[in-house]
Each structure stands twice: as structure tokens, then as C-alpha cells.
Ligand binder design. Structure first.
Ligand code: SAJ
Length: 437
């Protein structure tokens, strides 16, 4: 029986041991889904406190309740460790580590490279290595194959390599690991077959494609599509303001078109670790091929400029009250990068706070999900308690992230001036004068 067939049999019988590297918002839900499918799952993470929490059966990911994790830990179906050597027993390893950009906005593949180097030390005949972290086109092959081949591994025969982009949407109540189709691009057809057999246990629909680079481009198209369309509506917001037209009304009416249109909405900027970052992986790769990805660059510059637009709106609104920004008490509501999440990575709120502080405003923030944050200049801020007094005492309240937990009727009833960057007060009537994006 071939090595491939042996692995396929273990995957179908759920006797394969599944490894997951990186136990964050992508790796942990995936680990839980595989463990619930019957596999024994070994999770590896460099953060000792995460590993200890998981081994106590306690989840730190909003989408994975502790009561779902605990039985898997108690039954031995899932355990976590900081030691990569534990993967020596694994038949498959899915790499779910961060792939940020550095300060020069270039791909930072350090976490992936460190993971692959560690896996190469324990890799054995019949192992499947899957990269899930978003990467530039060609990255999976470029980074993994050389590090495994020196061991005498022949990809597609005694070791299998694939790219399968993560499609986790934090806080999405409808879509999860199981019901979100999974794209899989193996280095060889055998790699695609083996990887599909693994994910078939955890995902309802597998979407095999012809190569890892194809799969990498699928992911980059998905998120570049969003970044460019968000950039378009952000520019539309600027245009509508110059025209004295309500951009939200324009988009709402355009969205009545039952075909050929998909609404996106302006905002204070584009945060998170996907949309502002992934397209830059593509534009960076294209630069190495002497091609300038203009849509990506333009969308990025418009989106990155939105915090400045928000501060302009605040300045104009305060000016209408004959108040300078300097010395005005400004309350920023919402610091996370999007509503109902606790993640501030690349959040536009950070830049809004930074700009307002730089202009001398007396600025505070309240976010029920974000207790503390650090601005780029190193300043640390804590979320202030929400209260009527906080609103009454503000010269301006700025809604940057529209968490559902905030009562916006209460906000407009107890604030004199609101700058609403999310149109969340559109249908509300209250005491506040409201300025919008
Ligand atoms: N944003 C806008 N206007 C919009 C949509 C989003 O300003 O119309 C802003 C958000 O406020 C946020 C940023 O863009 O700051 C990103 O928002 P997002 O809705 O794209 O949320 P993310 O970053 O969590 O994106 C994830 C992505 N999932 C994966 O990469 C696996 C993305 O592909 C999903 O489409 C997205 O979730 C989703 O649909 O929620």
C-alpha cells in the first residue's frame, strides 16, 4: 500500500493525528472542528498562557465557547503545547499563524518560516503540511518545499503540501469552519487529494483548485475585492460631501438594484488583519514582477486616509459650535476594527485617537470589548466607563465602531454633538446635532 493510501485510510478512519500550529481565531476553531470530527488534535502555540488556558478547557476565542472546548480536552481529543516536537506524532499539520506586514508594508512571513523550520525537524514519511495563513502568490511552495525537500522527501509521494486559505470571519453568527467552503490547492494532485480528505472531515464543501498559487490568488482576490470596493465607497463619501448629498442614501438606493450591485459602506477606515493587509501581499509580489497593482495601491491610500477625513468632519462640526479641537472634550465610541469584536489590529480608531491627541483635544474612548490599547506613538489608553455624564460632558462624541451593545438612542439623547462615521444614528431623533461621514 502506498504512503498516500495509508494516509488516506487514516484520514477516512479518523485515526490520523492532526496538528494545528497557531491557536488563534483561525487555528482554534479549526482544531475544535477536527476534534469534534473524531481526530486526535495536537495544537501548538508559542504563547504559554494560551496553551495553559486551552489545557484547562478554557477558551479565549469569542467564537469558541468554553463549554464546547472543555469536553474535547477532557476526552483527550484536543491538547495544546508550546513544543513543536509534539508534532512528530502528527500525520497532518495546518499552519495558522499571523502573516502581517512590516512597517514598510511588506509581507512579514517570519511566523510561517519559523513554523516550517520547526516542522521540518520532525517531518516524517506520509505527513501532510498545509499553509492556511494568507500569503503572497507562490509563498507556500517557495517557503515549504525547500525546507522539506532536503530531508529526501518527494512531494506528492512521501510528503504532501498544499495551500488552503482560511476563511474565518470573527463574530459571524452565520458562517463558521464547517459551513464555509474550503479552497484547496495541492502542489500535486495527490497533495490535493490528501488535503481534501483531511478537510472533508471538518468542512461541508471542498473546492479543489489546480495549484497552491491558484489558491493563494483566490484568497487575495476575495480580500482585494473588499478593499477596493470599500475604497470606492469611501471616495464616494468624499464626493457626496462635496456635492451636499447623503452618501448613505445613495448607497441604500443603489442597493435596491436586484442584480449587478453589491453594497459596501464608507467608514473611518479599514482595519483588521485581513482587508488592509492581504491586498498588499499581492501588490508587493507584483512589484517583484515589475507590475504596479494600481487598484490596490489607490484603494489602500484612500482607506488609509479616512481617519484624517473623520478628524476633518470633527473639526468642521466643532467649528460650527465655535469650538477649536484643541481643548475640546471628545469621546470616541468604539475602538475595535469592526463591530462586536475585540480586535484593534490596524483599527482606524487608533489613528483617529492619535490625530485628535496630536491636535490637542482632550480625547478619551469607550469600547466595551477593548479595555486598553496602545497607539503607534506608544501612548497607552484605557477605555473609560460609559455613562450619561460622559456624554453630557463631551463637546463631541464620535462613533467610530458601531458595537451593537451601545444604545445609540441614549447617545443622541444625552449628547450635544455626534459625529457618526457608521450611519448608526440615521433613524434616531434626539437632542444631538449629528454630522455624518
Ligand atoms: N468595512 C468598511 N466598509 C464595508 C465593509 C467593511 O469600512 O463595507 C471596514 C470594517 O469596518 C473593517 C474593515 O473594513 O474595519 C474590514 O471589515 P470586513 O467586514 O472585511 O471584516 P474582516 O476584516 O473581519 O474580514 C473578514 C475576511 N475574512 C477572511 O479573510 C477569512 C473577509 O474575507 C470577509 O469577507 C469579512 O470578514 C466579512 O465578510 O465579514
Amino acid at each position: 500500500m502506498t504512503i498516500k493510501q495509508q494516509l488516506l485510510d487514516r484520514l477516512v478512519q479518523r485515526t490520523a493525528r492532526v496538528g494545528i500550529v497557531g491557536l488563534g481565531y483561525v487555528g482554534l476553531p479549526l482544531a475544535v472542528e477536527f476534534a469534534e470530527a473524531g481526530f486526535t488534535v495536537i495544537g501548538v502555540d508559542v504563547a504559554r498562557e494560551k496553551v495553559d488556558s486551552l489545557n484547562r478547557g478554557e477558551s479565549y476565542i469569542l467564537d469558541i465557547p468554553t463549554e464546547r472546548l472543555k469536553p474535547l480536552v477532557e476526552s483527550g481529543k484536543f491538547c495544546a503545547t508550546t513544543d513543536y516536537a509534539a508534532l512528530a506524532d502528527a500525520d497532518t499539520v495546518s499552519i495558522c499563524v499571523p502573516t502581517p506586514v512590516n512597517r514598510a508594508k511588506e509581507p512579514d512571513m517570519t511566523f510561517v518560516i519559523d513554523s516550517v523550520d520547526a516542522i521540518a525537524k520532525i517531518c516524517h514519511d506520509g505527513m501532510l503540511v498545509v499553509l492556511e495563513s494568507t500569503a503572497y502568490p507562490g509563498a507556500a511552495a517557495e517557503i515549504i518545499l525547500p525546507r522539506l525537500s532536503f530531508n529526501g522527501f518527494r512531494v506528492g509521494e512521501n510528503v504532501f503540501v498544499a495551500f488552503s486559505p482560511e476563511r474565518i470571519d470573527p463574530a459571524n453568527p452565520r458562517f463558521n469552519v464547517r459551513n464555509t467552503p474550503k479552497v484547496i490547492g495541492g502542489v500535486t494532485p495527490a497533495c490535493t487529494e490528501v488535503c481534501s480528505a483531511l478537510y472533508d472531515a471538518a468542512v461541508d464543501q471542498i473546492v479543489p483548485v489546480s495549484s497552491p498559487t491558484t489558491a493563494e490568488m483566490v484568497k487575495l482576490l476575495e480580500n482585494t475585492f473588499r478593499a477596493v470596493n470599500i475604497g470606492l465607497v469611501n471616495e464616494l463619501a468624499i464626493m457626496c460631501d462635496l456635492l451636499g448629498v447623503n452618501v448613505w442614501e445613495v448607497i441604500q438606493a443603489a442597493a435596491t438594484k436586484p442584480f449587478g450591485f453589491m453594497p459596501f459602506y464608507p467608514g473611518p477606515g479599514v482595519g483588521g488583519h485581513c482587508i488592509p493587509v492581504d491586498p498588499l501581499y499581492l501588490s508587493w509580489k507584483m512589484k517583484t514582477l515589475n507590475y504596479n497593482a494600481r487598484f490596490i495601491e489607490l484603494a489602500a491610500s484612500i482607506n488609509m486616509g479616512m481617519p484624517g477625513v473623520v478628524v476633518e468632519r470633527i473639526t468642521e462640526a466643532l467649528n460650527d459650535d465655535a469650538k477649536p479641537v484643541r481643548g475640546s472634550r471628545i469621546v470616541v465610541l468604539g475602538a475595535a476594527y469592526k463591530r462586536d469584536v475585540d480586535d484593534v489590529r490596524e483599527s482606524p480608531a487608533l489613528e483617529v485617537l492619535h490625530l485628535l491627541r496630536h491636535k490637542g483635544a482632550d480625547v478619551v474612548y469607550h469600547d466595551p470589548y477593548v479595555r486598553e490599547l496602545r497607539l503607534e506613538d506608544g501612548a497607552v489608553m484605557q477605555s473609560v466607563a460609559y455613562s450619561e455624564a460622559l456624554l453630557e460632558g463631551a463637546d463631541c462624541v464620535v462613533i467610530v465602531t458601531d458595537h451593537r451593545r451601545i444604545d445609540y438612542q441614549h447617545v443622541v439623547d444625552h449628547t450635544r454633538l455626534v459625529v457618526d462615521t457608521r450611519n448608526v444614528t440615521a433613524a434616531l431623533k434626539g437632542r444631538a446635532r449629528v454630522a455624518r461621514l
